[in-house]
Ligand binder design. Structure first.
Ligand SMILES: Cc1cc2nc3c(=O)[nH]c(=O)nc-3n(C[C@H](O)[C@H](O)[C@H](O)COP(=O)(O)OP(=O)(O)OC[C@H]3O[C@@H](n4cnc5c(N)ncnc54)[C@H](O)[C@@H]3O)c2cc1C
Length: 347
């Protein structure tokens, strides 16, 4: 029996894939339903992992928005364009709908509105408030960046501010803009220190127009996090991309609310080796700033690695230890995003 804490991207797809192999699995998710929020971009690796787990490629394609190319222009530097590497953009609600459908036709059991508030790690017991939930041989903690499981296992490994405040918006109606259709655009300017002072990204097609802004500055207090009127942050957002002021203006004018967050990382190099019964998965183990645009891809690949281990009788502990080595090596090689073009939502 496998217990999963968190029914987000990783928890849902893992539960569906295990359930479809008749491996008993139960998921505890704190929210009554999952899927609200902004949009995200997945690359070819994420799609290979999702379809390898059994998520129908056709269902994904139907809700995805094509990303034909990535175009970056940080003034005063030149503009560069590169073809996309299988990138597609999803509204989070649409991606979660496809993952829910996938899991719903499996015997996996989901308990929504059931936050895990504490764990007795040695005994493998979970608590939701006063309720004691017996967990079993394996507990997969896919409970996101503020993981209650990581707090118990590795209290010293806390999320760290990644230096940018992030705004995500979607216009009320699809807009036709002067920029290229179905291209993920990144605009900004290089500051006096040779680094981007921020970035503005956008993509539009016949069905939607979405945008994000990243501003390098101290973190915002909790009261400013979450959904807020776009108007409240418009002045700050306008400063980010002087080369496309008219585009930013049109997008802002048609956006009612923005999602505001402090970009955060969970450091992975100092992680303690995983020990059963609990393995951390996805953001719970190695969240990375949205600027890198790979957090969901990494979470999905974790789910695939844990699924492979559990369905072949090997240990998920070794699978996740191997994933951490891979992720740490990939993050080590990361080139500053403003010098490369490959980052789907990076700056
Ligand atoms: C604004 C923004 C934009 C992003 N854009 C991209 C992108 O373009 N591409 C990309 O690859 N990544 C992107 N990411 C990162 C990506 O969203 C995460 O890496 C991904 O969601 C991680 O998946 P997960 O399943 O590990 O965690 P989550 O999706 O966060 O799911 C965790 C789940 O656990 C639940 N939970 C939390 N605590 C408990 C508890 N105590 N008990 C029970 N349930 C609990 C939560 O409610 C949630 O449903 C972005 C992130 C942000 C914030």
């Amino acid at each position: 029996m496998v217990t999963i804490i968190g029914g987000g991207i990783a928890g849902t797809v893992l539960a569906g894939a295990l359930g479809r192999e008749q491996i008993p699995v139960e998921v505890y998710e704190s929210q009554p339903s999952v899927g609200a929020g902004a949009f995200l971009v997945l690359d070819d690796r994420a799609h290979v992992a999702l379809t390898g787990l059994g998520v129908p490629a056709e269902r994904l394609r139907r809700v995805a928005h094509s990303v034909d190319a990535l175009r970056v222009e940080y003034l005063p530097g030149p503009a560069r364009t590169a073809p996309s590497r299988g990138h597609r953009l999803y509204l989070r609600s649409e991606l979660m709908r496809v993952l829910h459908e996938f899991a719903a036709v499996s015997p996996a059991i989901f308990h929504y509105g059931t936050p895990i508030t504490d764990l007795d790690i040695a005994a493998g017991v979970l608590f939701s408030g006063p309720a004691r939930l017996t967990a079993d041989d394996v507990i997969v903690a896919a409970d996101g960046i503020d993981s209650v499981a990581r707090r118990g296992l590795e209290p010293e490994r806390t999320p760290q501010y990644a230096g940018q405040v992030v705004f995500y918006g979607r216009t009320e109606q699809p807009l036709r803009l002067r920029t290229d259709h179905s291209v993920l655009h990144f605009d900004g300017r290089i500051g006096t220190d040779g680094r981007p002072a921020g970035a503005f990204g956008h993509l539009w097609d016949d069905e939607l127009s979405v945008w994000f802004a990243r501003v390098t500055r101290p973190p915002l207090p909790l009261r400013d996090i979450g959904f807020h009127p776009a108007e409240q942050w418009a002045e700050l957002i306008r400063t980010v991309a002087p080369g496309i002021v008219d585009v930013v203006e049109r997008l802002l004018a048609d956006t009612e609310t923005v999602h505001v967050s402090n970009a955060r990382n969970v450091p992975v190099t100092a992680a303690r080796p995983p020990v059963l019964p609990v393995v951390l998965c996805g953001d719970a183990d190695h969240a990375i700033t949205p600027a890198e645009g790979v957090g969901a891809r990494d979470a999905i690949e974790d789910a695939a690695a844990i699924h492979h281990a559990l369905s072949t009788g090997s240990t998920p502990v070794e699978a996740m230890a191997q994933r951490r080595r891979q992720i740490a090596a990939e993050r080590e090689r990361v080139v500053p995003p403003y010098r490369r073009i490959g980052s789907p939502v990076g700056d």
